[in-house]
Design a protein around this ligand. Structure first.
Ligand code: M6R
Length: 613
């Protein structure tokens, strides 16, 4: 999705803005642009294509302004083109705007502006914003220092939809005005300079001190100070947050791609997520969760709500909660949940999982539960993200920045954290025997080493990837937890290899999908549940009989079978097996994508955080 960067200080803004855009490339985009102010004149450079393209545009090196805004655009309204790229200017070239989000009523606003003599150069929804600002600036009787901010506010009052907006004006070259609603924006504070970004990694090399803008909040950012205003432009103070991410963690660290680096970071990510939350023989602690035993006893239903990989992590959490806490759990897709009428009351607990904490559907689903008086817990990787500010309680995975579009270390850390949350509840509720809990804890503590072992043996997976990368279709089969992993493995494969793949509960195959199995089709089976080994083998036998080529991921000793490839993974508690069985599937997707010569980190059509509906 679109990315925003901004800078104001003493340095030349252009290289800082370009570097920020490069750091945001992972979000997915199709055009890029920057605007700076020099000698009270706004200079804009923009084009379709990559940031490198922008960097090579004629005249870009001559932009010497020390204030600027920049953007990577992921096309929604209008094709990728120079005209549609941001920044957009008003007709008088007084205001330049970059915008993330969607202005839903832009047709109506465009008509209004056209009736007032404005013309448009692009097909975008965004271009109405600088012109509306200009309109209000001209019609505003204020003659003071605040006129710029008031004009932005009046324009924003007319917008429907979601937005994070940066505005500069040739008449006010000492400030950047920003505002957001349902789209993230952070301000990084440094010595004598300030930075703005839609995502922390863009400005992480310069500061660790961030202000997280709230919905409907305005900020006016100067070189040496930032002023915050509420929706009525009443000024207020805002607390700064220190984000302890290592700037190098957002680099590739010698790996060919971010995705590979992040796959290999999983042992550390799991260790950090477990952190000091539990020790053997002691109860698990979640200091940030202030839930009474009485409240926990009265929970009669848990909803886990999320999108994509985060939802797949929720699926793995369901049996853990049900087994340890004896509370029924439903796992829901956020974009569905938000438009249903889920049975929610004050005894329903809603848990939202989101790596970025900015996924529009997940945030909307959270607001729905709050409106119905349910308690909400956010599980996120990003401190201060929108979802964590909306939820009643927030707990964090400590996976470090995840840059590749395909989520890997976030998934395994989410599964670990959801499992620990269930253990914490079970200990408070006393609904599960201590031995089971202690066994689970021991197994969780052993996970990082087991993942390390798995990552030392990637050759077999590489070999299999080489054999199958030209395939058009693949199938993933599993039962119980292995089915949840099949869903995640299949999602990874389609995202980055563009191979059509389907995941099925192995027993469901005979009810339709087996019709698709023919000579040479690749079927991947996951077999980790000791109670279901024979059943799963039978299902795979059925596809072998019909000519399928098979890869099996297992921690069981399987009888002599006719599988083409078998990847053995370490044993663990059955509730935790997804954390190990997903690793070969992440690697498989990665190596298939590499064999096909694709851009692993930035797959086509996808964005890292989906901040629009
Ligand atoms: O940031 P979130 O965890 O809320 O993102 C949810 C999904 O968009 C995300 O997991 C997506 O499915 C990934 N690209 C999967 O690899």
């Amino acid at each position: 999705m679109c990315g925003i960067v901004g800078y104001i200080g003493e340095k030349k803004a252009q290289p800082i803005l370009i570097n920020g855009l490069l750091a945001l490339e992972y979000r997915g985009y199709d055009s890029a642009g920057i605007a700076t102010i020099e000698d009270n004149k706004i200079q804009v450079k923009k084009d379709k294509g990559r940031v490198n393209n922008l960097y090579n545009l004629e005249g870009i090196q001559d932009l010497n302004g020390t204030i600027g805004i920049a953007h990577t655009r992921w096309a929604t309204h209008g094709k990728p083109s120079m005209e549609n790229a941001h920044p957009h200017m008003d007709n008088s070239n007084t205001f330049a705007v970059v915008h993330n989000g969607i202005i839903e009523n832009y047709h109506e606003l465009r008509d209004f502006l056209m009736q007032n003599g404005y013309t448009f150069l692009s097909e975008t929804d965004t271009e109405v914003i600088p012109n509306l600002i200009h309109y209000h600036f001209e019609h505003n009787v204020l003659e003071n220092n605040d006129k710029f901010l008031y004009a932005v506010k009046s324009a924003v009052n007319q917008l429907k939809g979601s937005y994070a907006i940066e505005v500069i004006s040739s008449l006010y070259p000492d400030r950047i005005v920003v505002v957001r609603k349902d789209s993230p924006l952070v301000i990084g504070k440094s010595n004598g300079e300030n930075y703005i970004a839609s995502d922390i990694p863009a400005i992480l090399p310069y500061t660790k001190d961030f202000y997280f803008l709230d919905d409907n909040e305005f900020a006016v950012i100067y070189q040496n100070k930032t002023e915050f205003y509420d929706a009525s432009l009443v000024k207020h103070n805002k607390a700064i947050k220190n984000i302890d991410w290592d700037a190098n963690a957002a680099g590739k660290d010698g790996f060919e791609d971010y995705m590979l680096k992040e796959i290999f970071e999983q042992p550390t990510a799991i260790r950090e997520t477990v952190g000091s939350r539990f020790h053997l023989g002691e109860k698990c602690t979640f200091e940030d969760l202030n839930l009474s035993k009485e409240y926990l006893q009265n929970i009669h239903r848990i909803y886990i709500v999320a999108c994509g990989t985060a939802m797949n992590a929720g699926l793995v959490g369901k049996p853990v909660f049900e087994k340890l806490c004896k509370i029924p759990v439903e796992v829901n897709i956020a974009s569905e949940f938000r438009y249903q009428d889920p049975l929610i009351d004050e005894n329903t607990l809603c848990i939202y999982i989101s790596q970025s904490g900015e996924t529009a559907d997940t945030i909307a689903a959270l607001k729905l539960a709050k409106a119905k008086n349910a308690k909400t817990i956010a599980i996120s990787n990003v401190i201060g993200s929108s979802i964590t500010r909306e939820a009643d309680y927030s707990i964090y995975t400590h996976a470090g920045p995840e840059i590749a579009v395909a989520s890997t270390k976030a998934y395994t850390s989410q599964v670990v954290l959801v499992t620990m949350l269930a253990i914490y509840f079970a200990e408070q509720l006393d609904r599960c025997d201590t031995n089971t809990i202690e066994e689970l804890k021991e197994n969780i503590l052993d996970l990082p080493t087991k993942v390390e072992t798995l990552l030392q043996n990637v050759n077999e997976i590489k070999r299999f990837a080489k054999k199958v990368y030209t395939q058009k279709d693949m199938f993933f089969l599993g039962r119980g937890n292995d089915y949840s992993v099949a869903l995640e493995g299949s999602l990874k494969l389609k995202e980055i290899s563009y191979i059509h793949s389907e995941a099925y509960a192995a027993g469901e195959l005979k009810h339709g999908p087996i019709a698709l199995i023919e000579n040479g089709v690749t079927v991947i089976g996951i077999i980790t549940n000791p109670d279901l080994v024979e059943k799963s083998i039978s299902n795979l036998q059925e596809v072998i009989t019909r000519g399928a080529r098979t890869l099996v991921i297992t921690n069981q000793s399987l009888p002599n079978t006719h599988f083409d490839f078998v990847i053995n993974i370490p044993e663990t508690h059955p509730l935790l097996s997804p954390i190990l069985s997903i690793i070969p599937l992440q690697l498989l997707a990665y190596y298939i994508s590499k064999n096909k010569g694709l851009d692993v980190d930035k797959p086509r059509n996808l964005a890292k955080s989906v901040t629009v509906e």
